[in-house]
Design a protein around this ligand. Structure first.
Ligand code: DAH
Length: 348
């Protein structure tokens, strides 16, 4: 038995014993690493006294490593696959050296990308241009330009991944705001607004379930001009959403907090499936909270060199997966990144 039973902490030793027994019976051995008992142990950490924390944390990590070793061993037994040498040279022109590809007529477009086209098409008709966001960014664009100074507690709401060099897998498409404002600010001098939407892939350190993924898509919107107010923000989003869902919707906002907008709102629409009667999609609330938005904070405009006394604007960030799930009646967000053909082929 490789899972060491020598855990000093009684609670961890008990969990180790339970999981060890369960592992023997599991078909999907790797699922043991997501066991709720393990998560519960990690969840206890913040409540411990500092002097207990380190030892407890070390033992949970040890338990997880031991289980991972068991899982790896079981996998090695189950499938003796030839390892692929990923460093081997590959010459496209050598006969017989071609990769085996599925015939193209079996392929299909990912539903998210098809829907994104129709989302963008609506915004183009409303006078917006589009630019894709980046999949790797820096602290300056992720936080500083968005009015989260160093050490600001709201940084903790955006728990994402960082490379050793300090580069960041962006947790939201708002990382593009400063770039877009700078690139288009000459519009303002010409008497025209800045109107840009920014689709892109974002990454979060999430506990994954049917409604949460670590990788998903967002659509950011930025609009700046003279005398722009929250009424313009609400009208723009309502117009877009009614066009996208092809029906009249009620909308409501409630106050929220984002460092980069003031005031900030959460924006909800009446459920497009039940028209507020209550159904499974809206968890019988009649309303669906869809996105975060607000009036761009003067500091964000200033950081991009825009005079916040002369110009105002609004911005929003919306999960595209969520939008599409509701349109296409998809019950689990994890299908999106799964690459499962049974899922993808339904959208051929
Ligand atoms: N970036 C926010 C998030 O991912 C969403 C958001 C809120 C974007 C307000 C905005 C905004 O542009 O103004 O949680």
């Amino acid at each position: 038995m490789a899972v060491s039973m020598s855990y000093k902490n009684k609670k961890i030793a008990d969990v180790a014993e339970v999981l060890q027994k369960r592992l023997a019976k599991l078909d999907d051995k790797a699922s043991i690493l997501r066991a709720t008992e393990l998560k519960a142990l990690y969840a206890e950490l913040p409540q411990l006294r500092p002097e207990e924390k380190a030892a407890f944390g070390k033992e949970i990590n040890q338990l997880k490593a031991d289980l991972a070793e068991e899982v790896a061993k079981a996998g090695a037994k189950a499938e003796k696959l030839e390892p692929i040498d990923v460093t081997a040279p590959f010459d496209e022109n050598v006969k017989g050296n071609k990769p085996r590809l599925l015939p193209t007529d079996q392929g299909s477009r990912h539903p998210l990308m098809t829907e994104l086209d129709s989302v963008l098409d609506i915004f183009y008709r409303m006078g917006f241009t589009a630019i894709e966001s980046r999949q790797i960014d820096d602290d300056y664009h992720m936080f500083e330009t968005l009015n989260f100074p160093e050490g600001h507690p709201a940084r903790d709401d955006y728990d994402t991944f960082m490379t050793k060099e300090g580069l960041i897998a962006p947790a939201h498409t708002s990382t593009m705001q400063n770039r877009v404002l700078k690139a288009h600010k000459k519009n303002l001098k010409d008497g025209k607004p800045i109107a840009v939407v920014i689709p892109g892939r974002v990454f979060r350190n999430e506990d994954v379930d049917a409604r949460h993924e670590h990788t998903f898509y967002q659509l950011e919107g930025v609009y700046v001009g003279k005398n722009i107010n929250a009424g313009n923000l609400i009208a723009t989003l309502k117009t877009f959403l009614e066009e996208y869902y092809q029906q009249e919707l009620d909308v409501k906002t409630q106050p929220f907090y984002f460092p980069f907008t003031e005031p900030s709102f959460e924006f909800a629409i009446s459920c497009p499936f039940c028209q507020k009667k209550g159904c499974q999609v809206c968890s019988y609330a009649g309303w669906i909270e869809l996105l975060g938005c607000g009036m761009i904070h003067p500091n964000v405009l200033k950081m991009a060199g825009i005079d916040a006394n002369e110009y105002t604007g609004f911005a929003w960030g919306c999960g595209i997966d969520r939008l599409v799930m509701m349109k296409q009646n998809i019950e689990d967000v994890r299908h999106s990144e799964s690459g499962k053909l049974e899922f993808l082929r339904q959208f051929k």
